[in-house]
Design a protein around this ligand. Structure first.
Ligand code: TXA
Ligand code: MG
Length: 386
């Protein structure tokens, strides 16, 4: 028996748990429903509200030297590199397996970091920054010539946001440079809302990870194109169209943004199947009664074929579905709760070894629009309307 020393820490009430062991000089970590692995990336737990400055400074130094650090934001975990260092940014694309034509969002800790990155910004941008920054809103603006083409994927615009998470803001401020960061998952997989999800995908491929517990919003930022005459939502996210319209009036939602027509993508990210678990996902949309009936029917059909079925349901239908692997994302009355559990629920069902996931759609209003965008993209065309 190897000598092992164990450490248990975390907050059970936040459903957040870490156990790690030192065996043979190696670190083993168990996170999120018993995922266990040997740590091959520097792992630092930090307080989500008041992170220790020595740890933040170490992570900031890694970024300044061209390394990759995963960090929490209020939406999902991001994989950061210096936005001024084309080589470091290329490593992000390599470790994620990301298509090279899909640009990255640049994260800033304050307005003064924005100035050298963009050529100009309209008055609407001022209003939006005042209303929603720090927060889950990415503004697409004309890029300054100095922004590396690795960040913009050759476009003449750049997406910028100021995240509303004390750890993200402290890290960017400590590094003293803008930080390019996509979601910290392998390309195409559900975005990570815990450090455990990041390690499932990227352990050993990145230099360090800061673990501050689960991300809150659970879906990514809203991407808003301010270069067009009327602002256009390219990706629905944490700030809803209704909230934006209260501040700047009419916004359009790009046809590709609800997971629908992507024949002429305005944002490269729209083109790709995304957010997808490793097994097929079938999405059923409609009124709760009819959806429940169809989910039951589909589940029975798959089981008759010997398939193990996982169901992602709402509180409204869960009681009508018999047994099996049912994960309740939340109530249809509360899309914010569903958003915050969505990606974790997909990974959870996949982790239980199901062969197919049946998912229930919700009303595409408010945060429900972002939820449905992710589910439709994850379904990759397997959508039924009942
Ligand atoms: O909440 C978030 O936005 C998270 C956290 C880490 O900040 N980040 C994130 O990044 O979701 P990523 O790379 O997974 O998604 C960025 C999206 C992609 O769909 C990309 O195509 C789009 O933003 N995007 C970035 N820059 C753009 C630009 N200049 N023009 C159009 N779309 C852009
Ligand atoms: Mg992503």
């Amino acid at each position: 028996m190897p000598a092992c020393h164990g450490v248990l820490s975390g907050n059970i009430f936040k459903r957040y748990f870490v156990v790690y062991f030192l065996c043979h000089g190696g670190m083993y970590i168990f996170l999120d429903e018993g995922v266990g692995m040997e740590l091959r990336t520097a792992y630092w737990q930090v307080d989500p509200v008041e992170p220790r400055s020595e740890i933040i400074d170490r992570a900031g130094m890694i970024l300044r030297r061209g390394g990759l650090v995963a960090f929490p934001t209020e939406t999902v975990y991001g994989l950061g590199a210096s936005a001024l260092d084309g080589r470091a940014v290329r490593r992000i694309f390599e470790v994620k397996g990301r298509p090279p034509d899909n640009p990255l969002i640049v994260h800033v800790a304050g307005r003064e970091m924005l100035r050298p990155l963009v050529r100009s910004w309209p008055a609407t941008a001022e209003k939006l920054m005042a209303a929603f920054w720090p927060g889950p809103l990415t503004l697409v603006l004309p890029a300054a010539p100095g922004v590396p083409r690795e960040v913009t994927a050759g476009l003449d615009t750049v997406g910028i946001r100021m995240p509303a998470h004390p750890v993200a803001l402290a890290l960017i401020a400590s590094a003293g440079i803008p930080v390019a960061a996509p979601s910290a998952n392998l390309s195409g997989r559900p975005s990570p809302t815990t450090a455990g999800h990041v390690l499932q995908d990227l352990n050993g491929r990145i230099d360090a990870i800061l673990d501050a517990g689960p991300a809150g919003v659970g879906v990514e930022s809203t991407v808003l194109d301010l270069v067009a005459d009327v602002p256009v939502i390219l990706r629905p996210g944490g700030i809803t169209p209704e909230e934006l319209e209260k501040v700047i009036g009419k916004v359009k939602v790009d046809p590709g943004a609800d997971g629908g027509d992507v024949s002429r993508p305005r944002s490269p990210g729209m083109k790709y199947r995304h957010y997808a678990p490793r097994v097929p996902l079938v999405l059923v949309e409609g009124e709760p009664e009819r959806v429940a009936a169809r989910l039951k029917e589909l589940a029975d059909n798959y089981r008759a074929l010997g398939r193990r079925v996982g169901i992602l349901a709402t509180a409204e239908t869960a009681g009508k579905l018999n047994g099996g692997q049912v994960v309740v994302a939340g109530s249809r009355q509360n899309p914010a709760a569903i958003a915050s559990r969505l990606f974790a629920a997909l990974r959870q069902l996949e982790g239980r070894g199901v062969d197919v996931i049946l998912a229930e759609g919700i009303e595409p209003r408010g945060l429900g629009l972002a939820v449905m965008n992710r589910l439709r993209r994850a379904a990759g065309g397997h959508i039924e309307r009942v």
